[in-house]
Unconditional design. Structure first.
Lengths: 190, 190
DNA sequence: TCACTCCATTGACATTTGTCAAAAAAGCGT
DNA sequence: ACGCTTTTTTGACAAATGTCAATGGAGTGA
């Protein structure tokens, strides 16, 4: 499974064989079965995680026990809890496999080291961060200005593949509405 | 006004006198009166902007003509439209002074150059980006899981000074609710 | 294939939030 | 200080969304 990560890296920058080997040496491949946790609330997250196959979701559980999905990560996406990673504090998120999945894990101490030694990796990570910020910004805009129906339409447009792949109640949770509301919206949309 | 920017920079990293001079050479100070625009929808944003005094807001206008505030930037914060900056596409945001304000502007071509020549500046920017991402993430969580009242409470807790400084209808807009709703919430909160 | 869990849909109803209109209060420029 | 604009509050009502409960269907593991 490391080869998929390698392929991804090479698609982003011209890493040398030596650099790739360094990265591989720091990597651990972890397989997760559907519903298995990569991180549970209360644990400290100390990795950088790249998804090579499958799909994971990051969610919180509120006071009433309801789940709220903060994001999904499918193959070729990164996941994790950067808040916990950088603060060293226990995470308030759960990261769970939505499908059987495979992730490449690199402990952050080693990852920092790699970023220093491999400028291209550092740039790649900063670029991801930049894109993540823009995506988050767009999602905030949708959240504060769109109706439930508009949110769903925008979601379909931006991530058409997700709608096919994910159970609808998860999409609803991601969009900040109930599964019943989403179901009703879909009725008169389609 | 450049001295305030310099002070900020020095509080973040040990820039040399020479580096600060390079940065100053690329900087333009711009004063804005209340309600004056720093950026209007349709323009391409090509700067990096640091607020040395005052307060600005970034907002969109929806199909019905309603404004939605994406964020505020007060003294010692950065602002701008990174989406437009990196894509070169016209911005869909408006950035406007909420109070009389002063900003330091650096054109992005020069800023990129500075980032390359001054590693500490590059790290600073990446760190800002990282923090911005975390803040955005938290705001998304609030948006998808909190009621209007909970959103306001969280806002008060996170940015107590903003509540005193900003008109309430702007806070409401930032939180994704109407000014009437916020007014009613405040009635039984206080 | 069977039993079982998970998922999507629907209806009735409750609650939250928005809309519109008006008035009072506060802030601002001259 | 005055007049004007902006902001906040309030009420009555409308619309959107959530809650609860029930049902049927789809998916899944043994």
């Amino acid at each position: 499974m490391f080869d998929l990560f390698e392929k991804y890296l090479l698609s982003k920058a011209a890493f040398t064989a030596n650099e790739l080997q360094q990265i591989e040496a720091a990597s651990v491949v972890r397989k997760l079965r559907k519903r298995q946790f990569l991180l549970q609330e209360g644990e400290v997250w100390v990795y950088n995680a790249f998804v090579t196959s499958g799909c994971l979701r990051t969610y919180t559980i509120d006071a009433k026990g309801a789940e709220h999905i903060l994001n999904f990560a499918v193959e070729n996406w990164w996941t994790g809890d950067r808040q916990s990673l950088t603060s060293g504090q226990p995470s308030s998120y759960n990261i769970e496999a939505v499908e059987d999945s495979t992730v490449v894990l690199i402990r952050d101490e080693q990852f920092k080291q790699l970023r220093q030694e491999i400028p291209a990796l550092n740039e790649l990570v900063n670029d991801i961060l930049h894109r993540s910020f823009l995506a988050a910004q767009n999602r905030i805009q949708a959240a504060i200005s769109y109706s439930a129906e508009e949110k769903y339409r925008a979601f379909l447009q931006q991530y058409p593949a997700f709608a096919l792949r994910l159970p609808q109640h998860m999409v609803a949770s991601y969009l900040g509405m109930t599964t019943e509301t989403l179901s009703r919206i879909r009725r008169h949309i389609v």
